[in-house]
Write a protein that binds this ligand. Structure first.
Ligand code: NAD
Length: 393
């Protein structure tokens, strides 16, 4: 298999391909980036062996299957090529035209795009039926999810081959339609957006919202810590892209607080300050006291006892909105119910999938929360038809 672009994603994708028994040819137009990517893939395999996740022998043979190619022609013999170049439509179209010229007509050509349409990338191709999305998560060796995205023209045969390759790479493939943000990034939107709204409304401070999500929700990280980790500007750009691509869907309206943070240079860990301060010697927040309850907690009294008096409201709002977004995605046929829940558990390490969350929270409780908020704040809280049906409304 071939990988085009040996940056953050490409190097990790080549690593798991080699680990999965494939001959992996890594290509990058920048020689230094190519060498660095190959080195990262090798180092990743060595580290897995040191940690005992892989035998020394398996790591050595995987390393032997990794190769760097300064010219794209070297990918001519590949049955599958995954493109992981920068997120630009014109560049990706050009790369796919080049790949079609050198690869066998039966080869599967995949894009790792996270926000562009697979159909649009394939639009000018000679064989759009051979082009699919294979959307991996960062860092690929640690994240088990791969979304197999069907463009309008993708053939079932190409999708099946991509699914099989994803499995061979040790991932769990799910099937997604070529819709805005596919599955995982879309269903994750309300986690940060709803939290920003609550912060903006003065429901609670960011530390408290984060703590409630960890202690009561069982999320490994609260939404504000998460934004600081990935970069506040990155999260804001994703929010804007959803908003623009949907022509202003009210659920996806970005929050002015994000823009203000970006304008003031508070981008998170990378700038030493985001929602939290990372400048000092100590950790950015106090450790959580150990609690033995099972998480997430849905019983309101238990939740209050564990995470404080505002916890039911905070987690109730986040829970209603994540379940609602998943119902919209399911209703629009973006993925199956099972795949939606799998995507969130494997792509974002959520303790429960959003549909299972709605079930545990209670659909009528979720609907009640949404209706109350819609009354106060408008259509950003419009309930999905499927959620209404599940609530028996
Ligand atoms: P990156 O900038 O780290 O790497 C891109 C690489 O492509 C660079 O090494 C660059 O030299 C190379 N490149 C540029 N032009 C090229 C060309 N014409 N031919 C060959 N190589 C070329 O980017 P990334 O973060 O790895 O993202 C790559 C793709 O993966 C994007 O489409 C992005 O949306 C998607 N993605 C990123 C993440 C993430 O968290 N970073 C997660 C999922 C998907």
């Amino acid at each position: 298999m071939g990988v085009v672009g040996s940056g953050t994603m490409g190097a990790g994708i080549a690593q798991i391909a080699a680990q999965g028994g494939m001959e992996a040819v890594l290509h990058d137009s920048d020689g230094a980036a190519l060498e660095a990517g190959l080195e990262r893939a090798r180092a990743g395999l060595e580290r897995s062996a040191e940690k005992g996740r892989l035998s020394g022998e398996a790591a050595a043979s995987a390393i032997a299957r990794l190769r760097a190619a300064p010219g794209m022609e070297a990918l001519g013999g590949c049955r599958l090529v995954i493109e992981a170049a920068p997120e630009r439509l014109d560049l990706k179209r050009e790369l796919f035209a080049g790949l079609e010229a050198i690869c066998d007509p039966g080869a599967v050509l995949a894009t790792n795009t996270s926000s562009l349409s697979v159909t649009a990338i394939a639009a000018e191709a000679e064989r759009p039926e051979r082009i699919v999305g294979m959307h991996f998560f960062n860092p690929p060796p640690a994240m088990k999810l791969v979304e197999i995205v069907a463009g309008d023209e993708s053939s079932e045969d190409a999708l099946a081959a991509a699914t099989e390759a994803g499995e061979a790479m040790g991932r769990t493939p799910i099937r997604a339609r070529d819709a805005i943000g596919f599955v995982a990034n879309r269903c994750a939107r309300p986690f940060t957006l709803e939290s920003l709204r609550m912060l903006g409304e003065g429901v609670a401070e960011h530390e408290e919202i984060d703590r409630v999500c960890r202690i009561g929700g069982g999320f490994r990280m609260g939404p504000f810590e998460l934004m600081d980790l990935i970069g506040v500007e990155v999260n804001f750009a994703v929010a804007q892209s959803f908003w623009e691509q949907s022509f202003g869907e009210p659920r996806w309206r970005p929050h002015p607080l994000q823009q203000r943070m970006v304008a003031s240079g508070r981008l998170g860990r990378k700038t030493g300050r985001g929602f939290y301060d990372y400048g000092g010697d100590g950790p950015h927040r106090a450790p959580d006291p150990e609690l033995e309850a099972e998480r997430p907690i849905f019983d309101e009294d238990e939740l209050e006892a564990a995470a404080g008096p505002r916890a039911p409201e905070i987690l109730g709002r986040i829970g209603a909105q994540i379940a609602n977004e998943a119902c919209f995605a399911l209703g629009e046929g973006v993925a199956s119910a099972e795949d939606i829940d799998t995507a969130m558990k494997l792509g974002f390490n959520w303790p429960l999938g959003p549909l299972a969350w709605g079930e545990r929270l209670g659909w009528s409780r979720a609907l009640g929360t949404l209706e109350e908020l819609r009354e106060l704040h408008g259509d950003g809280y419009r309930a999905a038809r499927l959620l209404r049906e599940r609530a028996g409304a």
